[in-house]
Write a protein that binds this ligand. Structure first.
Ligand code: PLP
Length: 403
């Protein structure tokens, strides 16, 4: 039986309860199925039903593997390209630390990108005398042509988000990937703001690294995300750290090894060269893995294409509605340059925007205010579980506020 967008909406009880939630770009909501799976895990933790604690580890290693498989499938990538990590920052830091760079080489960054993208590179640049080149947006958009013009023979990496977090302008990742392929430049991508709502096929659009936090559009519990590592990159780049659970147990599985009198810490462990090896390799967050797995399953059941189409359509309706109210829209109007984020301005500027957000909140309409480098405004995040009625409710509230 196929899962429809209505079924997806029904997974979020708060929406049925009258919450007009348009803030998935900040923090998502927990789905019913994820809550049920988490509750059963908490029950297990409370009572150890198998009478064997090691069992709980083993069981949830399978959960983690299933999560890698489902997340990978959403990107058309095999499970072993995916490492489960705490958040986007952890994934980006693992990528940044594993790339070998020489003094004087350079990395391109977008001048309006999120801090998670810039921070690890600022640290690395100061430590290793790497040049950072900040590419300026045009009308809030980062254009592939501008990235290409900024690179030279010493450019090794472009580190960038798939969509502007304060503009909603979607990067043309397909073109960027094609442009850098022959130049040997690595793409380190932050996809937290598009994963699940903008379909991405990493076979067709290869990148070196792609990091995603699960707590926004993926509706996972907070503090759970993943890093994709391209197999050719994983073969050549060592993760910045290794933990035993990222390797293969020298004999049997880890449960067997712990109980074996021959076991010693100096035995050699084989670490596969794959995305999974970029995990911390210690006891991981099973809560996080359960949240990622259940929500990835849900999105896969509906299909990224169906969600993407719905989100584009709803974004178009919202933009038209905002313009008919005379409000300035920051986000590009063309469908192919938008994701799920639509940003607009109140005529009275940031102060009025803050007041409007508060007024909307009292009507149970949830949106955010976000700015970077002077560009931004009221940020509306539209997911596949939203409907035209949600947007009509927002527009009608804005009509009254506008007066
Ligand atoms: C583009 C982008 N990257 C990353 C993050 C969050 O990073 P992390 O998952 O490390 O908290 C956000 C959150 O707003 C974001 O908008």
């Amino acid at each position: 039986m196929s899962t429809t967008l209505q079924d997806l909406r029904a997974e979020f009880p708060a929406l049925a309860g009258g919450l007009c939630f348009l803030d998935w770009g900040a923090t998502g909501l927990l789905a019913r199925s994820a809550r049920a799976a988490l509750t059963s895990y908490l029950d297990e933790l409370e009572s150890c039903p198998s009478g064997e604690s090691t069992w709980m580890h083993a069981r949830h290693h399978e959960t983690r593997e299933a999560a890698r498989r489902e997340l990978g499938a959403l990107l058309n990538a095999p499970a072993n390209t995916i490492g489960l990590l705490e958040n986007t920052t952890a994934g980006l830091n693992a990528a940044v630390s594993s790339i070998r760079l020489q003094k004087g080489e350079n990395v391109l960054l977008a001048a309006n990108d999120y801090l998670a993208v810039a921070t690890p590179w600022k640290h690395r640049a100061a430590r290793d005398q790497i040049e950072l080149r900040w590419v300026a947006p045009r009308d809030g958009r980062i254009e592939v042509d501008d990235l290409v013009s900024a690179l030279d023979e010493r450019t090794r990496v472009i580190a960038i988000s798939t969509v502007g977090w304060t503009t909603g302008a979607l990067l043309d990742l397909e073109r960027l990937s094609a442009e850098v392929r022959s130049r040997g430049i690595l793409l380190v991508i932050d996809a937290i703001q598009t994963f699940g709502v903008v379909p991405l096929d990493l076979e067709a659009t290869p990148v070196a690294f792609l990091a995603v936090g699960g707590h926004k559009w993926l509706n996972s519990t907070l503090g759970a995300g993943f890093l994709y590592v391209h197999p050719n990159i994983a073969a050549r780049h060592q993760p910045p750290y290794l933990g035993f659970l990222s390797g293969r147990a020298p004999r049997g599985n880890w449960g067997d090894w712990f109980a074996d009198p021959r076991s010693r810490p100096d035995e050699s462990i084989v670490f596969p060269n794959c995305g999974r090896s970029f995990e911390t390799g210690g006891t991981p967050s099973y809560v996080g893995a359960i949240g990622l797995l259940e929500n990835a399953r849900l999105l896969r059941a509906v299909g990224s294409e169906a969600i993407g189409r719905a989100v584009s359509h709803l974004g178009g309706l919202l933009i038209a509605g905002l313009e008919s109210l005379g409000l300035a829209v920051v986000t590009p109007k063309e469908q192919r340059r938008r994701a799920g984020i639509v940003v607009f301005n109140a005529p009275g500027g940031p102060e009025q925007e803050a007041a409007w957000i508060e007024a909307l909140r009292t009507q149970r309409i949830i949106v955010s205010r976000r700015y970077c480098a002077g560009v931004g405004g009221i940020r509306v995040s539209i997911h596949g579980m939203n409907t035209a009625e949600d947007l009509e409710r927002l527009l009608s509230a804005l009509r009254s506020l506008r007066g």
